[in-house]
Design a protein. Structure first.
Lengths: 276, 435, 286
């Protein structure tokens, strides 16, 4: 065998291995979606059924019991709102830290990250009492604020790293021309860093979408997001895997599809300085 | 900064406006069990009969619901107008003035509510929650397997008899296990069952001076019996099994016996979900040295947190949801076998119900025989059968439940588990200042 | 840009985070020194360090601490190593690579609660779960994952969710690797491993440190995956620090002790962060 043939075979093995790994990772999601179209009896049948007559009754029942669109809308508003609010705060700060880093920059960044390590349940009571005091319980507003705060450190970290990749010379040149700082940010830094900002935003939206603890503990009937909807179907009296799968599929589908659509965008921005 | 402040302010104002519930809007927190889901479907009937009131539901799984409503009621959060609570919470919260006492008119016929339920949900003569459905525990067994083994089941079997029956019915090669019992940790999971079992062995949670009694020989005997029984004749993975898991097992014909909530009877005798619906029979929970406290008592009930602005409307709703008329409404729509049970004598007196529910007699007998005031062989200072109605119990029960499940999984010995449990309970009671 | 302006730009995020950190934290610290049980509103008063002592002397404390470290360590190791391997596997172009990629990163978009429920019920259930069905059909005794290997169960679920994140980041970084350099190395006869050590790994140093840092932050406070599956048991075998605090706060409703636990957790997080920054900080802040 020639070297060429050997490397061909190696390549083929690698491709097969890649597909196997991809299928393994995707299988639980596939299985969940499949189960959501089964009846409850089919869902727990042994051996599991791969071919069956799909039913939509689980989805119909969920819509009958709850208002999916309300939960989904709340999820969209809080994820996008929280991310937007965080970006408004983070972009100027990351810009300042990246282009004028000082002695304390690293420590400030690390300190910000450490705030993220606070276990949510440890501060539940303070936050609950504060929200109550300001009349914010069961509002989308409180979730927007909290999501912005818990994602701010991660957003800062990524943006900071991204901004540092922008050559300083470009900024210096523009400063010579007397560009104001505001213009500098909006007309030079933002366009250059657009990829990074977009992918950071995408990442943050995903994290907000999947946040369950605050959503369940601070909302009641008005502002609940999709994880709260899932909670209303998890571990009831009786075994309802098909319904659980259906509600899970409904809760995850928007963000998964969104992730797929934005995959290229997501990938472009998260280079973390590996681009040379 | 200004920008940010305006944003924050705008958000605050915007959402504050939304958060104030408009008059006539009831927010009800409930658990996602079948009967409550049905109640949600009937909401429109209530709304039509009471124009001006709209009902919002917050449905959660049991554990999450419990922490949500407790946080809300203790901090006066005011997020819910009606809360679904159990027999554990009602008297404690009532005593602390967190719930509004319920008073019903003539039509409601409060005397029809089973006395055990009324007592369990009251404090100092005031009813603080109205039972929506109630349950005790009993044995559900496979008559066909027992007959095949040439054995019978007395109406009040002993644990020794249960052990023999379990041995006779077990056929592991064919995936049939003689007995299935709860093992999943949690004060409402494995400890609900284990407490009743321990009661029947003469054990109790606390001595008269409130010191924990988990180091007693009776507990040791009971837990050893439980672990041996499940290890020899139980299904694999017992330490992760609770109501749902076992229900699935028994419906698939994998369990010979099951001792659990009477509410399960309506599921296992329902041909649409159970493969063994026609061969299931019922008996009272087993006893060892006493029948006292050998079966539990529980009611999912509706209560009004003190200080809600919608108290009148909330009262109206509770009156409707726990009335005879509601039970009839469910019967008309879904049949008598699907009505919420365990709350009213009139349900059991109804011939239609007796005909539809094969378990009616056993269930009523179990409920009537449970006495939360008097559930242990020796005198004890607490109220409650499968729990002690003190605020500390939830934490203690959870910690002990973990130890028991570890003992069942074989990670530690029963002695070690009980010793650790005693220690955990002692710490908690000391901290709370009982002694 | 003058330094006043720099401060003004940084100010909002620092002030906001400072408030976020300081207001709840100082309330937490305050609560941790008073008697504060939700179920006993009438009991109050300063108790000094009693709550800390109670939390510290809990027999579950050290197991929980140990479990936390094991959990964080194993998930980090699994996701970084597996993530690297997978990223390199799909680095070369092949037909349908876009689809394979999408499939690979999908688990990252799934809610933790949902993935825990799916794994627990449909895969790890000892009777109906797919794993049990497979082992039974092979004539093996089904494994009861949740009670026999509770911590491993949690590790598997969390790794399934987070390895795709590592893949996502490494995949992106690998694409920017200098192909000519690689080919040159190949012509020089450099083997796979020497290429990996000398070119790929240094190239990925910074992405790896970022992945480590971000994931560690999330793994220190893993909660949903434990709550939904093992409930911390059997015993305390899968209880981590966050879960222990949860049992104090929302099962015992003792806010005083839970707050003391929260303070412990913050201290632990900062210790871990300190070492991590020493280890990866250099590459992070070039």
């Amino acid at each position: 065998m020639t070297d060429k043939q050997i490397s061909d075979i190696k390549n083929r093995i690698a491709v097969i291995a890649a597909w196997i790994v991809a299928c393994l990772f995707f299988f639980p999601i596939f299985w969940m979606v499949l189960t959501s179209f089964k009846t409850e009896l089919q869902a727990i049948s042994v051996p599991p059924k791969l071919f069956f007559k799909p039913t939509l009754e689980n989805f119909a029942l969920i819509q009958e019991r709850t208002d999916y669109t309300k939960f989904a809308w709340n999820s969209i508003v809080t994820s996008v709102g929280g991310t937007g609010l965080a970006l408004i705060i983070a972009i100027p700060a990351a810009y300042a830290m990246a282009f004028n880093s000082g002695r304390w920059t690293k420590d400030i960044l690390m300190w910000m990250l450490s705030t993220k390590m606070l276990p949510a349940v440890g501060v539940l009571m303070p936050i609950y009492l504060l929200s109550q005091k300001f009349g914010l319980l069961d509002t989308k507003g409180v979730l927007v604020i909290i999501y912005a705060l818990i994602n701010l450190p991660i957003i800062m970290l990524i943006l900071f790293n991204y901004f540092r990749e922008i050559p300083k010379e470009i900024l210096e040149a523009s400063r010579m021309d007397g560009t104001s700082t505001f213009n500098e940010i909006t007309q030079i830094v933002m366009p250059l860093a657009w990829g990074g900002i977009a992918s950071t935003a995408l990442l943050s939206i995903v994290l907000c979408w999947n946040e369950a603890f605050w959503s369940i503990n601070l909302t009641a009937s008005d502002a609940g997001t999709l994880p709260a909807l899932v909670a209303s179907f998890s571990s009831p009296e009786g075994l309802f895997w098909a319904k659980l799968s259906a509600v899970s599929t409904l809760a995850c589908a928007p963000i998964v599809v969104f992730g797929w659509l934005c995959q290229k965008q997501l990938v472009q921005g998260l280079t973390f300085g590996a681009v040379k | 900064m200004t920008n940010l402040r305006t944003t924050a302010l705008g958000l605050t104002l915007g959402v504050a406006g939304l958060s104030a519930a408009s008059a006539g809007e009831l927010t009800i927190a409930t658990v996602n069990n079948g009967h409550m889901i049905e109640m949600q479907k009937f909401t429109s009937v209530f709304e039509e009969a009471n124009p001006g009131i709209t009902v919002n539901w917050v449905t959660l799984d049991e554990g999450t619901l419990r922490s949500r409503v407790t946080t809300d009621v203790t901090t006066k959060g005011g997020q819910f107008d009606i809360m679904t609570i159990g027999m554990y919470e009602a008297p404690i919260w009532g005593e602390r003035g967190w719930l509004q006492a319920l008073e019903f008119g003539e039509d409601y016929d409060v005397d029809d509510v089973l006395p055990a339920m009324r007592n369990g949900l009251s404090h100092d003569g005031n009813l603080y929650a109205a039972p929506f459905y109630g349950e005790s525990s009993m044995i559900m067994y496979r008559k066909d397997l027992l007959d095949a083994a040439g054995m019978d089941m007395p109406d009040n079997p002993s644990w020794g008899h249960i052990q023999d029956a379990a041995a006779a019915m077990t056929d592991k090669d064919n995936g049939v296990y003689g007995i299935c019992l709860r093992g999943k940790p949690g004060w409402g999971d494995n400890m609900a069952f284990l407490s009743t079992m321990a009661n029947s062995f003469g054990a109790q949670w606390f001595n008269e001076d409130w010191t924990p009694a988990l180091d007693s020989p009776a507990w040791n005997h009971a837990v050893n019996f439980y672990v041996d029984l499940l290890t020899n004749y139980g299904p694999p993975g017992s330490s992760g099994n609770s109501f749902n898991e076992i229900l699935a097992l028994i419906n698939a014909g994998k369990c010979g016996m099951w001792i659990d909530a009477t509410i399960a009877a309506s599921f296992v005798s329902d041909p649409s979900q159970s493969e063994v619906s026609d061969v299931i029979a019922f008996a009272q929970a087993p006893q060892a040295v006493t029948t006292r406290g050998s079966n539990w008592l529980w009611a999912w009930s509706l209560a009004i947190p003190a200080g809600t602005k919608q108290a009148d409307d909330a009262q109206k709703f509770i009156e409707w949801a726990t009335s005879k008329e509601y039970i009839e409404l469910v019967a008309e729509t879904n049949g008598w076998s699907a009505v919420p049970t365990g709350t009213r004598q009139s349900t059991y007196d109804n011939p239609n119900f007796q005909e539809a529910a094969v378990f009616a007699e056993a269930e009523l007998k179990a409920i009537l025989s449970a006495d939360p005031e008097n559930s242990t062989l020796n005198p004890s200072p607490y109220v409650g059968v499968q729990f002690a109605a003190i605020p500390e119990f939830q934490a203690i029960g959870t910690a002990v439940g973990q130890q028991m499940s570890a003992a069942l999984a074989g990670d530690i010995s029963v002695e070690e588990a009980l010793e650790a449990s005693q220690k955990a309970a002692d710490r908690e009671m000391k901290k709370a200042g009982y002694y | 840009m003058n330094s006043t302006l720099v401060r003004w730009l940084q100010a909002p995020s620092i002030i906001v985070l400072f408030l976020w950190m300081v207001v709840p934290l100082s309330m937490t610290v305050y609560f941790s020194t008073i008697r504060y049980n939700l179920l006993y509103p009438e009991r109050s008063g300063f108790v000094g360090l009693d709550n800390y002592e109670y939390f510290w002397t809990d027999p579950s404390f050290f197991p929980a601490l140990f479990n936390t470290l094991v959990l964080v360590g194993s998930v980090l190791a699994i996701s970084v190593i597996l993530g690297l391997a997978i990223a390199m596997l799909i680095d070369r172009p092949f037909k349908g690579r876009g689809l394979a990629r999408v499939m690979l990163i999908s688990p990252f978009f799934i809610m933790p609660t949902v993935s825990a429920l799916v794994w627990k019920n449909m895969f790890m259930n000892p009777i109906y779960g797919l794993f049990a069905v497979i082992s039974t059909s092979l004539g093996l005794e089904p494994i009861d994952w949740l009670s026999s290997y509770p911590l491993l169960t949690v590790i598997i679920i969390v790794s399934w969710q987070w390895t795709p994140f590592a893949v996502l980041i490494f995949m992106t970084s690998l694409q920017s690797q200098d192909q000519e350099q690689k080919e040159a190395a190949m012509l020089d006869g450099a083997g796979f491993w020497s290429q990996f050590w000398n070119l790929t790994l240094p190239h990925l140093a910074r992405p790896i440190s970022i992945v480590l840092l971000i994931q560690m932050i999330f793994h220190l406070s893993i909660f949903a995956e434990i709550y939904v599956t093992t409930g911390g048991g059997p015993g305390v075998q899968s209880t981590n620090l966050t879960y222990l605090i949860f049992t104090q706060a929302l099962q015992g409703f003792d806010i005083g002790v839970a707050s003391a636990g929260g303070v412990f957790a913050i201290i632990l997080a900062n210790i871990v962060a300190y070492f991590l920054v020493r280890a990866v900080g250099k590459t992070l802040m070039v």
